[in-house]
Design a protein around this ligand. Structure first.
Ligand code: URA
Ligand code: SF4
Length: 219
């Protein structure tokens, strides 16, 4: 479109997708840099910075979460807060190190509401997930992982579609045009939110179990 470059140059203008913020050449570096300026939905307004994915470009395993949390927003890296620590513990128990895996989120800006002194994470809307999807697709295109792990329903609905039900497909190796294998499992934050210790252990053990399947399938 003729005037596309005009609207692109105006950082205060909202667009309804990240698509026009993508670089012309895809590498993790160019994507990460371009994503810092993304205004594809309104979430950038209340966040500190874009939290892009992190990990090796040749990773065989990619793990997709939902949205960065408070710590991730401050540090600019995915999975560095409490849920991230639990994820890394489970990954190690499943036989993989954080450094081998590409970690990212369905949505790249922290979404939150104030509760007292804390900034509590809130669920992104379908519109925000759709707006942010071009970044995820670009990451998948560059990394070309053999296996993708979706943590929780939001990630799984982003990779498949909004009708995806986690309970029906938990821990099953599936395939998709995006990767040879895709597996959906619990989000580590659901273990942190569990009402009691027994439930917390159950979710954590299930997460380790499913990550083992993923790690093996990615070899
Ligand atoms: N939860 C997520 O889904 N992603 C993060 O990066 C941190 C917590
Ligand atoms: Fe862009 Fe995604 Fe951030 Fe929205 S959440 S501004 S689409 S990077």
């Amino acid at each position: 479109m003729r005037f596309a470059s005009l609207s692109r140059a105006d950082p205060t203008k909202l667009h309804d997708s990240a698509i026009q913020f993508l670089p012309s050449h895809f590498s993790l570096k160019s994507l990460r840099e371009s994503a810092q300026g993304c205004r594809g939905c309104e979430l950038f307004r209340h966040a500190t910075q874009t939290v892009f994915g992190s990990g090796p470009a040749q990773a065989r395993l990619m793990i997709i979460g939902e949205v960065p949390g408070d710590q991730e927003d401050r540090q600019g890296k995915p999975f560095v807060g409490p849920a991230g620590k639990l994820l890394v513990q489970c990954l190690e128990a499943a036989g993989a190190a954080r450094s081998e895996v590409y970690l990212t989120n369905a949505v790249k800006h922290f979404k939150w509401e104030q509760r007292g002194k804390r900034r509590l994470h809130t669920k992104p809307s379908m519109r925000e997930i759709r707006a942010c999807r071009p970044w995820l697709e670009a990451e998948i295109e560059v990394v070309r992982p053999r296996t993708i792990v979706c943590l929780g329903a939001t990630a799984a609905q982003t990779v498949f579609d909004r009708n995806f039900r986690l309970t029906q497909h938990l821990g099953k190796l599936m395939s998709s045009p995006l990767a040879h294998f895709v597996i959906a499992t619990y989000h580590p934050s659901s273990a942190l939110r569990a009402p009691d210790l027994a439930e917390r252990h159950r979710i954590k053990n299930r997460l380790i179990h499913d990550l083992k399947i993923a790690v093996k399938s990615a070899k």
